[in-house]
Design a protein around this ligand. Structure first.
Ligand SMILES: [Ca+2]
Ligand SMILES: [Ca+2]
Ligand SMILES: [Ca+2]
Length: 480
């Protein structure tokens, strides 16, 4: 048989205490967390000989002792204050480090680097030491729920790096959102110079109150550039609007003096805490501006060469060439010694009834030539009506009339009485041609031609009438 084995001369190392504070491997003791353990060395030879030694494990341990954000509900244009207190809960001093603040729309990835919004330095902290840090941060530019958090950066030999971040802090970001809607104009077809009423509703569709602002009304000849500053025509105040509140706005405006198609629109001026400014303007509203347009045509006078105080008839047509009906009005006839007939006297006038679009009314008026011979100019104008444009085409051109004064140049004349003869003025002479009459008791067709330059000195010429010549004892070209 063999003897018993040789007794083991080694040492067995054990820890009396929590393995979360320290661990031992062979004869190597490793600290895990702050705390105290008792190390026992026991002889491996079974003699029972042993010894103990107390070991203290030390480490700092930074934590976020408290974290808050104020206010917890905020408008998009406001600023938040973040406050965090860092504490060293270990049993050793901690070196200087930093805190980092984060914001995200979800809690899950809150402390990703991409979500960091600011950071600050933390000084070295003794055991149980604290430091409070504050930071300001603009609220999100969009409304919604946001999560804020803070972490203190772990330092070397830190006992526990899983407790360095705060819990998430929830903040609601609100915004006003003004919307202009229900825009309309009182009529989509109006006469020039008419007043129209513009109306719209402004609503706060956001989840924060909106401050007082303005609505601006616009007009332009096309939709594309309607809302340019130069096209603003009037504005009205809007009071502050609570969430979901509405305000109806009306404004009065005079349409342009020109006919055509015009576009109207309205915008509500954005407020500082507004989330969406793309919905602040209405759709365009199309308005057609129409007008009557009276003109005179075919102005005529019964004779352009008349005796003094001879009756004449004036005639003119009045037409509405616009695209809106014209109210009743008057035409007025004028006469003056120059072609500026409007500076002369109004000689007569006549009423014109309502004229539908394209309608015409013809007017005749009686008048009397002047008592004095000369050249006179006549003209006619139709009085403009209220919705008319243009009004600079309402008068005729001047028409000249020669007023003649005849005087008896001779008491008797040389030729036998006749009828059905011709008379004319030619070559500055008065002429009498042919005709029928009696010579003695014999009916005769005359072929004589008589002329006079002054009415008293009579000449027979060209065709001789021998019967006449014989009876009158005259010869061709003989004067009398
Ligand atoms: Ca820690
Ligand atoms: Ca808006
Ligand atoms: Ca006119």
């Amino acid at each position: 048989m063999l003897p018993n084995p040789v007794t083991n001369s080694g040492i067995i190392w054990t820890i009396d205490g929590d393995s979360s504070i320290a661990t031992i491997s062979g004869s190597s003791l490793s600290g895990v967390a702050p705390g105290t353990v008792i190390l026992t060395a026991t002889a491996a030879d079974g003699s029972g000989v042993s010894a103990t030694q107390t070991f203290t494990v030390t480490a700092h341990d930074l934590e976020i002792a408290s974290f808050s954000v104020s206010p917890i509900s905020i408008n998009i244009d406001q600023t938040l204050t973040l406050s965090a207190t860092v504490q060293n809960n270990g049993n050793a001093a901690a070196a200087a480090t930093r805190v980092r603040f984060y914001r995200s729309t979800s809690e899950a990835n809150l402390t990703d680097d991409a979500n960091q919004i600011s950071s600050d330095a933390v000084g070295g902290l003794g055991i149980s030491g604290t430091q409070t840090l504050t930071a300001t941060s603009a609220a999100s530019a969009t409304a919604g729920t946001f999560y804020y958090g803070v972490c203190v950066a772990a330092t070397a030999n830190e006992a526990d790096t899983t407790n360095n971040c705060s819990a998430a802090f929830e903040v609601t970001v609100t915004a006003a959102d003004l919307v202009a809607s229900n825009f309309s104009v009182s009529s989509n077809t109006v006469n020039v110079g008419d007043n129209i009423t513009l109306s719209a509703t402004v609503q706060n569709s956001g989840d924060a109150a909106a401050a007082a602002t303005m609505v601006l009304f616009y007009r332009f000849t096309n939709e594309t550039n309607l809302f340019e500053l130069a096209n603003e025509i009037t504005s009205e105040a809007v009071g502050s609007l609570a969430v979901s509140a509405t305000q109806d706005i009306t404004a009065s405006n005079t349409v342009p003096a020109a006919v055509g198609t015009f576009y109207y629109g309205v915008c509500v001026a954005a407020t500082a805490n507004e989330s969406d400014i793309s919905n602040n303007c209405s759709a365009a509203f199309e308005v057609t501006v129409i007008a009557s347009d009276l003109v005179v045509a075919d102005f005529s006078i019964s004779s352009l060469a008349v005796n003094i105080e001879e009756a004449i008839t004036l005639s003119v047509s009045v037409k509405n060439q616009g695209n809106s009906a014209a109210a009743a009005t008057r035409v007025k006839f004028y006469r003056h010694s120059t072609n500026d007939f409007l500076s002369g006297e109004e000689i007569t006038a006549a009423d014109i009834g309502d004229l539908a679009v394209s309608a015409t009314q013809t007017i005749t008026a009686a008048s009397t030539a002047t008592a004095t011979a000369g050249i006179y100019y006549y003209g006619v104008c139709v009085d403009a009506v209220v919705n008319e444009t243009p009004t600079n085409n309402n008068c005729s051109a001047p028409v000249s009339v020669k007023v003649l004064q005849w005087t008896k140049a001779a008491a008797t004349h040389s030729w036998p009485a006749r009828k059905d003869h011709s008379t004319l003025v030619f070559d500055n002479k008065m002429w009498i041609l042919g005709g029928f009459g009696n010579i003695g008791e014999i009916p005769t067709a005359f072929n004589s031609v008589w002329s006079s330059a002054d009415g008293s000195r009579i000449i027979q010429s060209i065709y001789a009438d021998e019967n006449i010549l014989a009876s009158q004892n005259l010869r061709p070209s003989q004067s009398k």
